[in-house]
Unconditional design. Structure first.
Length: 182
């Protein structure tokens, strides 16, 4: 199952419904927002995991199991602490609120939803992405970075290879050039 499918089916599909209710948008709009925001989050994860320190941090986070609660219990998406957790994830992945604003701006152009709405959704989608990856890590028995490269990064690769050329490097470089440097 790909990352987007995992996000859409989180909590038996209730995560999409929860985002829809929380932000006063249709479920189709919530799916569209997730589809537009998740690749940027995935790109940040992949970029951070390219360093030893970043990969170690990612593995600690994914194997701790605490992120799974966001996809197992979609009602958590309505809690303030989930937004705080998501902002922490974004800070670690993007390093700058300017990058988050650029991600929301780009997603707005793709979805037709307002930048402000997408900026407010971004932390929740970040918690969902980490939750889905954590669940995948647990289900796959991933214990270390080497295991992750075959499992989780494969899931991210299919999401990030937007031009379907079999390589995510050009897509990540394009992402980086669009959203600036840290």
């Amino acid at each position: 199952m790909g990352l987007l499918d995992s996000l859409f089916s989180a909590g038996g599909g209730q995560a999409v419904s929860e985002l829809s209710r929380r932000f006063g948008i249709s479920e189709d709009q919530a799916r569209s927002a997730i589809s537009a925001l998740a690749p940027a989050i995935g790109g940040g994860i992949k970029r951070n995991a390219s360093s030893q320190e970043g990969a170690d941090t990612l593995m600690r986070e994914l194997t701790s199991g605490r992120h799974q609660e966001y996809v197992d219990d979609p009602s958590r998406l309505s809690r303030d602490e989930t937004v705080q957790e998501g902002n922490g994830i974004l800070g670690q992945l993007f390093g700058s609120k300017d990058v988050s604003r650029q991600v929301a701006k780009r997603a707005s152009g793709q979805t037709g939803l307002s930048e402000d709405l997408l900026k407010r959704m971004l932390p929740l989608v970040a918690t969902m992405v980490m939750g889905s990856l954590s669940r995948q890590a647990s289900a796959s028995g991933i214990q270390n970075q080497q295991d992750a490269q075959g499992g989780l990064f494969g899931m991210l690769s299919s999401l990030l290879d937007s031009d379907r050329d079999g390589s995510v490097l050009d897509d990540i470089m394009g992402f980086a050039s669009r959203f600036g440097k840290r």
